[in-house]
Design a protein around this ligand. Structure first.
Ligand code: DX5
Ligand code: ZN
Length: 219
């Protein structure tokens, strides 16, 4: 039984005091940092870009899980590798030649992730799942933190788990959006490996306690 992971999303952190929140995650029981990059084209919001990732990487002591919500992500694969990303996730909907993009990510030494919007079927990964290190199932429409969890994600998670097993893939399943202590256990039960949590962690009174409790819930 592999260990289940928590990846706090810095999108919900205090951008005026990022170092404080990064140190909190460093010292907490969290496993990864989840960094949301939005271009205002693929999603209707702009978050932060390379200079901020560079500043985060300088202080972060855990895996950097970078989620690109941008069109034509191939343009920036080597840039994010150089910035210190460990996992680079691109959107299925943003890649015309997904297989080539996955190979390009892996060629840099990073792990390759593919994210699916809520409307995108896991069946579409049938022919690429063997190549993928992580599938990020969006449980909200990407673009904003603090949205409500879409219930259909449970079904998608178990369908994806079956596909991964049937194809003998090593891909991890990550769930992103609206994760909290109420849905976390059921998500793990249906096959999830990594839970991203933004608002639930950073908007709580005691973020590091919240992470600790989430870890307990999914243990
Ligand atoms: C949404 C982002 C998420 C977001 C999650 O577009 O990909 O990673 O930060 O935030 P919460 O946990 O607040 O839904
Ligand atoms: Zn994300």
């Amino acid at each position: 039984m592999n260990q289940k992971l928590i990846a706090p999303s810095l999108l919900a952190a205090d951008f005026a005091n990022l170092q404080y929140d990064i140190e909190m995650v460093n010292k907490s029981e969290a496993d990864w940092f989840h960094l949301d990059i939005m271009d205002g084209v693929f999603v209707p919001n702009i978050s932060f870009g390379m200079p901020v990732v560079k500043a985060i990487a300088k202080h972060a002591k855990k895996t950097l899980d970078v989620h690109l919500m941008i069109i034509d992500p191939d343009r920036y694969i080597t840039t994010f590798a150089d910035l210190g990303a460990n996992i680079l996730t691109v959107h299925y909907e943003a890649c015309t030649h997904l297989h080539r993009t996955i190979q390009a990510i892996k060629a840099t030494g990073m792990k390759a992730g593919v994210a699916l919007n809520p409307h995108t079927s896991v069946k579409l990964l049938e022919d690429s799942i063997k190549e993928i290190d992580l599938v990020c199932l969006m449980s909200v429409n990407p673009g904003f933190g603090g949205q409500s969890f879409i219930e259909n994600t449970y079904q998608k998670t178990s369908d994806l788990k079956k596909l991964i097993e049937r194809k003998d893939s090593n891909a991890l399943i990550e769930i992103d959006g609206g994760v909290n202590a109420t849905n976390a256990k059921k998500l793990i039960g249906t096959g999830a490996d990594v839970l991203v949590a933004g608002s639930f962690v950073f908007k709580s009174d005691n973020p590091s306690e919240t992470i600790k409790n989430l870890k307990k819930v999914i243990a």
